[in-house]
Design a binder for this molecule. Sequence first.
Ligand SMILES: Cc1cc2nc3c(=O)[nH]c(=O)nc-3n(C[C@H](O)[C@H](O)[C@H](O)COP(=O)(O)OP(=O)(O)OC[C@H]3O[C@@H](n4cnc5c(N)ncnc54)[C@H](O)[C@@H]3O)c2cc1C
Length: 600
Amino acid sequence: MSHAPIVEWRDGTPHSPGFNDIYHSCAGGLAQARQVFMRGCGLPQAWQHQSQWRVLETGFGLGLNFLATWQAWQDDPQRPTLLHFASIEAHPVEVADLLRSAQDHPELVALAQELSLQWRKPGPGFHRMSFEGGRVLLTLCIGDVKPMLRELAFFADSIFLDGFSPALNPAMWDEHTLKAVSRCCHRGTRIATWTVARDIRDRLTQSGFVLEMVPGLAPKRDRLQGEFNPAWEPKVRATAVSPLPIEISHCIVVGSGLAGAAVAASLARRGWRVTVLDAGSEPAAGASGLPAGLVVPHVSADDAVLSRLSRAGVDMTWQQVHSLLREGQDFAQCGVRERRLEHGLPDLWHPLAGWIKPAQLVRALLAQPGITWQGGMGVQCLRRQGECWQLLDAQDRVLAEAPRVIVCAGYASHTLLPRVLPLQALRGQLSWSWRSAGDGDAFPASPVNGRGNFIPQVPTDQGMAWYLGSSFERDSTDTQARDSDHQSNYAKLRALLPETARALATSFEGSQLQAFTAVRCTTPDRLPVVGALDGKNLPGLWLSSAMGARGLSLAMLCAELLAALWHGEPLPVERKLAQALMPDRKNLTPGGGATALCKD
Ligand SMILES: Cc1cc2nc3c(=O)[nH]c(=O)nc-3n(C[C@H](O)[C@H](O)[C@H](O)COP(=O)(O)OP(=O)(O)OC[C@H]3O[C@@H](n4cnc5c(N)ncnc54)[C@H](O)[C@@H]3O)c2cc1C
């Protein structure tokens, strides 16, 4: 990717010095969005009464096409439940330019302001932004068009072919790009563009589009619109996403920690009736009952899969947290300092990290319309009965049944799916207590992460508390609090924050010290598992689990990924990253073949 300066404003018109072209004429951007792209794709009529609509755009530019589509969605009483807009952009603009471009169109200003809050000058890769409570989703793919198209794994309903002029940016319009666009189409996908250049028409026709030239938006005489309707049977790509619409009805989630609650909310938002069963008497009875934990990205020198996933996940957690929880009380996006003592590296400051109370988030997610939570429902095993999965208790009674079941039971997923995946238990204990007068001087101003972590102040009903995490013990499912774990946490604090450790020395001797102990679930490659278990001969069974020590950052992302896979939507992350989480990935060798899970 080149680093050309992005936008220059000349007499109110946005120019790209890099491409020596204008983004759009002074007032023509919105008219073009409506007349060329929306109208060319038969919108809004085409999306009416649909459960979802997926737009793919090449060239996000100043975002006017997205804003105009979002506004049309808002204005349409027959709009689809979910609007997806996936857009590719090699040179993302500054937030000030987005806002400035919308200024000329008063009806878009409020939407542009909302967009600007999530924009933050995105770096390479996919960025999911969520509006209207998750019903308008923007997947911004930052990078060159061809590699980004390869990373998209969905079938669009409308294609907006935009971008600078073919003469000035030929790679955006060449045969390979247009072929790659056609691979994102199903028969009937509509396409629209402002150019009628002969070679573009020829390439589109060769790629399977049936086109017509219609009167254009002045000063252009014509514009192009059409539909994907090849004379041949299009090859179905080796993609993880089903192109076929599924019937939205009832499904069951087992487990109401962060993973299960997030899956339930993502599916309910798409119209599913979701029953959530949990063995506990309250939601968040497992690791997600953690009183407070950090939402912070993982950083690695080689920007490993976990680092990229956690960045995407952290953004998605905050989107939910900001819309569902009370700032200051249930969360603070206060920034987190990362100490890298063992590598001898300087501290890192994560301005967008912070702490949350996970159980509050679980409760808020489960309160979304369409979700029924049932406690005291210990599922002992799963049995295939015709097209359905039955969930049975210890007495062999059927607790519930549905064609689709998603197992989100943390480490207990292992018991429900014996010999299916190599899930591992990882016991952890958090040490915490209330702050005393005078602690403040020795406490850091914001949370600190490293080997262990320290959150200096979180409001509770009984006063301000501090939290010190956490111990790690592989293959242990024991949830009894232990003094030895408090001591190992304290040893980490001594290295992380010596002054704070001195101030808390008496707390680690006294009886005031509190413990939260639970079992995390991990895999040998330390990545979560999300996806269908069809490959394991278990059709209709899905899994979202193994969040390890990062469930607060990963559970929302995994849930949106699962929902996107069900509905053939744009994935929230690159195809390669999504594949790294699938149950049939290479690094996950099961401990034997899947069996009937209940003995008949
Ligand atoms: C001490 C400690 C500190 C941590 N700190 C952090 C942190 O700072 N940041 C971070 O991101 N992550 C942290 N984690 C990890 C995080 O808590 C987990 O990754 C996350 O909570 C996992 O969520 P989950 O929904 O997958 O599992 P869980 O929260 O364990 O949920 C599983 C649910 O399944 C239910 N269940 C189990 N078996 C059955 C059954 N047979 N039938 C019905 N229901 C069943 C359980 O009752 C439970 O409610 C920490 C974990 C621990 C233990």
